[in-house]
Design a protein around this ligand. Structure first.
Ligand code: AMP
Ligand code: FE
Ligand code: FE
Ligand code: ZN
Length: 299
């Protein structure tokens, strides 16, 4: 249920659309954001700028739209997603790199469906395209088909039983290395930010800090401190680390619409309030704090 905000001026910098695994189109997201009285949003779809581009092409008065993307990086354990804000959407090297990543994703999906079929599950590529629509296809779409067909009872069970990392129907895919994802965003003029740092699954504060230090050396400029799944203790830890590592703090809900109904745009699980100040800081970072060392060239 949409709920109006008592105060204007809040932002949500982590939103998924139908261009990846969200259930609302970019236009529907804009309408909802306006209805909620948000001041700024960023659509950050997995490995694609389509959603962001579509939102930016709408002419808006009261709502500011920042360009955005969320890149999955290759890490040995845990999950690392890098958000890119204020990127130039027409950057040729961004387009080229994303194309490669998207092709790898499509290839991986074929492999997962084949594995499921070999496991005796009645599923086809068409079934998956039926739920994903025209956007990037991901494991969440496959999970949805498994639920719809009654193969599993829940989304979570689909991952637990089949799709989780190294599960029976898991197929690894080519992903950018963390430094490559960061550099791609920097080259496109954007601000790279580590998404939901808890998914790195660091065993303690020291281990997380050492990962942050490494990412910072690669050009990381910020981290997503404010997030739907961060309880106060975690938020405090991430604030502390961001300060120590001199990383700018951002925030967002990771809104996926009906695909994740417990998380609402703008407020997450109910208590997020993200100030427009976060956007101003991102703009300052884009303008001023570009890493000084020259970026390594990669073919
Ligand atoms: P993909 O990018 O296609 O590999 O899918 C990754 C997405 O699947 C993540 O962004 C999560 O939304 C979801 N996901 C990954 N692992 C799990 C899990 N164990 N349980 C539920 N959802 C998951
Ligand atoms: Fe997602
Ligand atoms: Fe993510
Ligand atoms: Zn996300």
């Amino acid at each position: 249920m949409a709920m109006a905000f008592p105060d204007p001026g809040f932002v949500d910098l982590h939103i998924h659309s139908t261009a990846s695994d969200g259930s609302l189109s970019p236009l529907e997201i804009i309408h909802l954001a306006k209805e909620l009285g948000l001041r700024a949003i960023a659509i950050t779809d997995h490995d694609t700028i389509e959603g962001s581009a579509e939102a930016l092409s709408q002419s808006l008065s009261s709502l500011e739209v920042l360009s955005g993307i969320e890149i999955s990086a290759d890490v040995p354990s845990g999950t690392m997603h890098i958000l890119g804000y204020l990127i130039e959407l027409d950057d040729p090297s961004l387009t080229q790199t994303l194309k490669k990543v998207q092709e790898a994703r499509a290839h991986r999906n074929v492999g997962i469906i084949k594995k499921l079929q070999d496991l005796g599950v009645d599923i086809t590529h068409e079934d998956v395209l039926g739920v994903s629509g025209r956007g990037q296809v991901g494991r969440p779409h496959i999970a949805q088909v498994l639920v719809q067909k009654g193969v599993v009872r829940s989304f979570g069970e689909a991952f637990l039983k089949y799709l989780k990392k190294w599960g029976p129907a898991y197929v690894p895919r080519y992903r950018l290395q963390p430094a490559e994802a960061i550099q791609m965003i920097l080259r496109a003029g954007g601000v790279p930010v580590l998404a939901h740092p808890y998914t790195l699954a660091a065993k303690d504060e020291a281990e997380l800090e050492s990962s942050l230090r490494e990412l910072k050396q690669a050009g990381l400029m910020g981290m997503e401190v404010y997030y739907s799944e961060h309880r106060p203790e975690r938020t405090a830890l991430f604030e502390r680390l961001a300060r120590r590592q001199n990383l700018l703090m951002t925030g967002g809900t990771d809104f996926h619409g009906a695909a994740k109904p417990e998380v609402q745009m703008g407020i997450g699980r109910g208590d997020l309030r993200l100030s427009y100040r976060l956007v101003e800081k991102l703009k300052e970072a884009k303008g001023r704090d570009r890493p000084k060392k020259p970026l390594v060239d990669r073919d």
